[in-house]
Each structure stands twice: as structure tokens, then as C-alpha cells.
Design a protein around this ligand. Structure first.
Ligand SMILES: Nc1ncnc2c1ncn2[C@@H]1O[C@H](COP(=O)(O)OP(=O)(O)OP(=O)(O)O)[C@@H](O)[C@H]1O
Length: 232
């Protein structure tokens, strides 16, 4: 069983490092919540893992394969997908056509639509006509349809009402239960920790806490300290 290992990664952006010596591991079947204050470096870390941003030092491996200097496409071929913040649907294409962009077989499309009954009903509608929540479902479904072993998800709640967003979380859990390893960045910290097994807190580009998500959820003091940038 391959894991994705981030080992001592440092990422520079603009004036200096925004990620410093970060290590974490993504394990099949598990969700890791990556939380921390605004500007902590969560998006930059996801971008470094998927190859959007170069890694200044450290490494990213999937099993024995070193991805550190690989292109985005090379990493995708190894099973790593990244839903970037603000990722949009192809509005002129129908829901089905959006899914066919990434699915390799019709069976994969059917499997994904089974996870999202709302989308199955709107399969032939242009994606632009869907609500914001439904469009975010299409974005998620399109990523699931490629059947990635490792999935990085950045702020899928952006622009959505919490009630709409909470509809998406059980689907993410189901996808993990089917074997995917997921790294979830989310502004609604408690909702993310609630569905995650593992938690990583970053503050000012450094990991300040790492451990089981339920433990962090049960200890607001630990979460608060980690957000302030202190380890304990
Ligand atoms: N395009 C950029 N050029 C230079 N610096 C950037 C750029 N984007 C972000 N930064 C800086 O990198 C640091 C980390 O930002 P990043 O967006 O990764 O944090 P974040 O934890 O995802 O924040 P948020 O929760 O607000 O989205 C911040 O200091 C930010 O100002």
C-alpha cells in the first residue's frame, strides 16, 4: 500500500519561505485535515505537493517514486490530483460532459453519479445553469471520476453556505472509505476535523501540531495554541 510522503519541504514565494521544513504522510483510506490561520501557507503547501509551485528543499514521494522534480502531469499520472481553490466547471458543457473530461470509462461516470444523485438528475444540463453548490459537486465529481489515489482539496466551501457545504462532506468521506488518501484544507476548521482521521496544523509556514483529528477537536486549547504558532 503506497503512501504519499512529504519530507522536510520548504517552499519560497516572493520575499522568502512560506513553507518551512514541513513533513506529513497521506495514507490510503484516511482524510487529513490541514488547518491553520489565514496566510499560514496551506494553499502553498498543496501547490508544492501537486507541482504548481517548485519545492526549494525536501521531497515528495509516492511509495518508492520521487515526485519532487516531476511535472504536474507526471504527478497526476502517479495518482495525485489537486482541486485548486476557486476551481470552476466548464459552464458550456453539460454535467456529463464535464465528468467525461476525466473519467476513463462510462462505468466510472456512473459510479461518480451514484455518489451525487442531485447531479444524476441534472446530467444533461449545462453546468453553468447549476447552483453554486451543485457546481462544486461537479468539480468534486470530476476529480473523483479520474479515480486518484491521492486527492488534495483546497477550500471547497468557498462561496457556499455552510448548509450546502455540509452536503459535500459525507461524499468526501465515502470517497476516502473507498481507498483514497485525502488532504483537506478548509476554512470551517471544525467541520474538516470532524470528518478527518488525522490533523495537521500549520502556522507561519511551520507545522505546529500533528495528531489524530478527534483529539484536536476535543482540545480547543491545543488548537488555539497551534494556531498561534506554538508547538506543544
Ligand atoms: N502569488 C503569491 N506571491 C507571493 N506571495 C504569496 C502569493 N500567494 C500567497 N503568498 C504568500 O504566501 C503566504 C502563504 O499563503 P497561502 O495562500 O499559502 O496561505 P493559506 O494558509 O492558504 O491562507 P488562506 O487561508 O488565507 O487561504 C502568505 O504570506 C501569502 O501572503
Amino acid at each position: 500500500m503506497n503512501t504519499l510522503r512529504v519530507n522536510g519541504v520548504t517552499v519560497a514565494r516572493g520575499a522568502g519561505p512560506v513553507i518551512r521544513d514541513v513533513s506529513l504522510e497521506l495514507v490510503p483510506g484516511r482524510i487529513t485535515a490541514l488547518v491553520g490561520p489565514n496566510g499560514a501557507g496551506k494553499t502553498s503547501l498543496l501547490e508544492a505537493i501537486s507541482g504548481v509551485l517548485p519545492i526549494a528543499s525536501g521531497s515528495v514521494h509516492i511509495g518508492p517514486h520521487d515526485l519532487t522534480r516531476q511535472s504536474r502531469v507526471g504527478r497526476f499520472r502517479r495518482g495525485l490530483a489537486h482541486i485548486e481553490q476557486g476551481r470552476a466547471v466548464f459552464g458550456g458543457l453539460t454535467v456529463l460532459e464535464n465528468l467525461r473530461l476525466t473519467a476513463r470509462t462510462g462505468e466510472q461516470v456512473d459510479q461518480v453519479l451514484a455518489l451525487f444523485p442531485e447531479l444524476a438528475k441534472r446530467a444533461d444540463s449545462p453546468a453553468a445553469l447549476l447552483s453554486g453548490g451543485e457546481q462544486q459537486m461537479v468539480v468534486l465529481a470530476r476529480a473523483f471520476a479520474a479515480n486518484p489515489a491521492f486527492l488534495l482539496i483546497d477550500e471547497m466551501s468557498l462561496g457556499l453556505a455552510p448548509v450546502v457545504f455540509t452536503r459535500l462532506l459525507p461524499v468526501v468521506s465515502r470517497f476516502a472509505a473507498e481507498g483514497a488518501a485525502i488532504l483537506l484544507v478548509e476554512q470551517f476548521t471544525h467541520l474538516a476535523l470532524d470528518i478527518a482521521q488525522d490533523a495537521v496544523v500549520v502556522s507561519s509556514g511551520r507545522v505546529t501540531h500533528q495528531g489524530p483529528a478527534p483529539d484536536l477537536l476535543a482540545s480547543p486549547a491545543t488548537l488555539h495554541t497551534a494556531y498561534l504558532g506554538e508547538s506543544r
